[in-house]
Design a protein around this ligand. Structure first.
Ligand code: PMP
Length: 395
């Protein structure tokens, strides 16, 4: 353990806020460290391992595809892409999909599409398009996205950042309406903010944004990288408000934690603004990524993970709320995604104490514990975690 840590400290940039354990293997909802200790994983790859670690079905399709064809050169056709695109569009109800690798890249594509739409459809003066974003946002770490981020660590001393964004307070639809200017072409929003501390906006917020977009002729773009694909008990978190955005971004669980795969989803008309060659990446939509993501979507459907998330999530949240823990100010969540807000800034200490009990949770900021279990988790496993949470947070 020590040798690995020294190696990483010497050659890499380890996160000093991270847990001390070094992990070696995983299965389902569990991780094992170097010493062979088992942990229940409520870090859940930030929502990427919804299908559980090392799902055999996804692993098999990955290995099989590795041995068949893993990559062709950009712009060259291969047999895995078309059926994957159809599967993704059929499942999500969008007309077209553009595959990318990471969540951040797919958000970048959404921004590009919105800008082309501004100039070619809405008639915004060249070079002037603006996109409305929200305080506390976490859309990714590219220089563009860091520049509009609500996270000081992501932006500090990385400027100058690009123009073209306006900011409004997350959850405040009136502020959003006031922030829209003559060159605003789109609103980019996480229906639920993850990194900012699992912030669930007041009911009606997204619906108000949808109405605002309709009234002012703007595109509504939903960043569902973390909250999408069943995490909140619906396929998309925006469904909780009964709305449809003009575009959506998926990532993380789209490949079940195996291989980076993200996608920008929109109508055929919007997607057609991204002409061939206008957004390329060596690995985007490669045969391996298509095979993995396709299997990950099959697992989501066949194991009814969206419904599972809704049912078990409601149970989990009710149990969290009934815990006798004076240290917890609030338990909130949606689907199998929960946060415990502590009264003191003790989230890291609590995570360390939970890890000693065999449960991995994530500290967000000083006082929030995020719980992101794989969606394949059982009720018995949730009960096991609740016992640990209650014991650690009681004192
Ligand atoms: N959007 C949201 C809502 C996210 O939570 C994240 C990652 N935490 C991203 C985008 C960026 O995804 P990636 O890390 O794959 O670039």
């Amino acid at each position: 353990g020590r040798q690995l840590m020294e190696q990483e400290e010497r050659y890499g940039i380890p996160d000093p806020r991270g847990l001390e354990q070094v992990f070696l293997r995983a299965d389902g909802v569990y991780l094992w460290d170097l010493q062979g200790n088992r942990f229940m994983d409520f870090l859940g790859g930030d929502g990427a391992v919804s299908q559980g670690h090392n799902h055999t079905r996804i692993a098999a399709s990955m290995v099989e595809q590795c041995l068949r064809l893993s990559l062709v050169t950009q712009g060259v056709r291969h047999a895995r892409l078309p059926p994957y695109l159809e599967k993704l569009c059929t499942l999500t109800g969008f007309g077209a999909a553009l595959p990318m690798n990471t969540g951040a890249e797919a958000v970048e594509v959404a921004i590009k599409a919105a800008r082309r739409w501004a100039y070619r459809v809405k008639g915004v003066a060249p070079g002037r398009a603006e996109i409305l974003v929200f305080t506390g946002n976490a859309h990714g770490q590219t220089t563009t996205l860091a520049g509009l981020s609500g996270d000081p660590d992501a932006a500090d001393d990385f400027g100058p950042f690009g123009a073209g964004f306006r900011m409004a307070a997350f959850g405040d639809a009136v502020a959003a309406a006031e922030a829209v200017g003559p060159a605003t072409c789109a609103i980019l929003v996480e229906p639920i903010q993850g990194r900012a501390g699992l912030r669930i906006p007041p009911r009606g917020f997204l619906r108000s944004l949808r109405e605002l977009c309709d009234r002012r002729g703007l595109l509504l773009l939903a960043d569902e990288v973390q909250c999408g694909l069943g995490r909140t008990g619906k396929l998309f978190a925006f469904e909780h408000e009964g709305i449809r955005p003009d575009g959506a971004i998926l990532g993380k669980a789209l490949s079940g934690g195996f291989y980076p795969a993200s996608a920008f989803l929109a109508s055929r008309e919007i997607m057609d603004l991204l002409t061939p060659g206008s957004h390329r990446s060596t690995f985007a939509g490669n045969p391996l990524a298509c095979a993995v993501a396709s299997a990950a979507l099959d697992v989501l459907a066949e194991e009814h993970l969206v419904d599972r998330s809704a049912e078990l999530g409601a149970y989990f949240l009710a149990r969290l709320r009934s815990m006798e823990c004076p240290r917890v100010r609030e338990a909130r969540g949606l689907g199998l995604w929960a946060a415990l807000e502590l009264r003191e800034p003790a989230a890291r200490a609590a995570c360390e104490a939970l890890a000693r009990e065999g449960l991995l949770a994530q500290a967000l900021g000083d006082s929030i514990l995020a719980l992101t279990p794989p969606l394949i988790i059982t009720r018995e496993q949730l009960d096991w975690s609740l016992e640990r949470l209650e014991r650690v947070l009681a004192h």
